[in-house]
Design a protein. Structure first.
Length: 185
């Protein structure tokens, strides 16, 4: 469908950017969900599906299983920078296990330990196609992307079967062909 170019916010989200770059280049080890072996040297994102696409909201990828439940078997600390708000389309943000209860606006707690759940991002990320202020301080913003292709992807026909965990999955697969990292001055 085209090329999406993004600028990464290394100063504001150094851990998230380092993780993303390491996975993209294949220098960060990740556990294969099928074999359970740790793999280093494989460009993690190449060929992945956009498994969740919501028109007027966002498109999400970064899950090797294509289900929205997979990842590299580790987590990255949240990095909420007050200067980075979900105030425009094209924001590159880390997906997570939604640690905030929308009713109480407090972190969910682990039922065994009572500790707040947070810091659950790893490899799944999304690009917004609209302002999404309800995501502020819930998802780490770590870059800004052009929106032309993202908007086009956000308009593909999707499934609507939440019972099968397939809600918002494109009916025809849309793949992230590759991620290329370039340092610019």
């Amino acid at each position: 469908m085209g090329k999406i170019t993004c600028e990464l916010y290394e100063k504001q989200a150094p851990l998230t950017v380092a993780n993303f770059v390491g996975l993209a280049r294949g220098t960060r080890p990740a556990q294969d969900p099928k074999t359970k072996k740790w793999d280093k040297g494989k460009k993690y994102f190449d060929g992945m599906l956009f498994h969740r696409v919501i028109e007027g909201f966002m498109l999400q990828t970064g899950d090797p299983t294509g289900t929205g439940t997979g990842g590299p078997n580790y987590f990255v600390l949240d990095e909420f920078d007050p200067s980075l708000r979900h105030n425009s389309a094209g924001l590159l943000s880390m997906a997570n296990r939604n640690p905030v209860d929308p009713k109480t606006k407090t972190l969910y707690k682990d039922p065994k330990t009572g500790q707040p759940l947070g810091n659950t991002g790893s490899s799944q990320f999304f690009v917004t196609v609209a302002k999404t202020p309800h995501l502020d301080d819930r998802h780490t913003v770590f870059g800004k992307c052009d929106t032309k292709v993202a908007t086009k992807i956000s308009k593909v026909e999707v499934t609507t079967n939440p019972a099968l965990r397939l809600d918002h999955r494109p009916k025809e697969d849309v793949h992230l062909r590759s991620v290329k990292i370039e340092r610019r001055k």
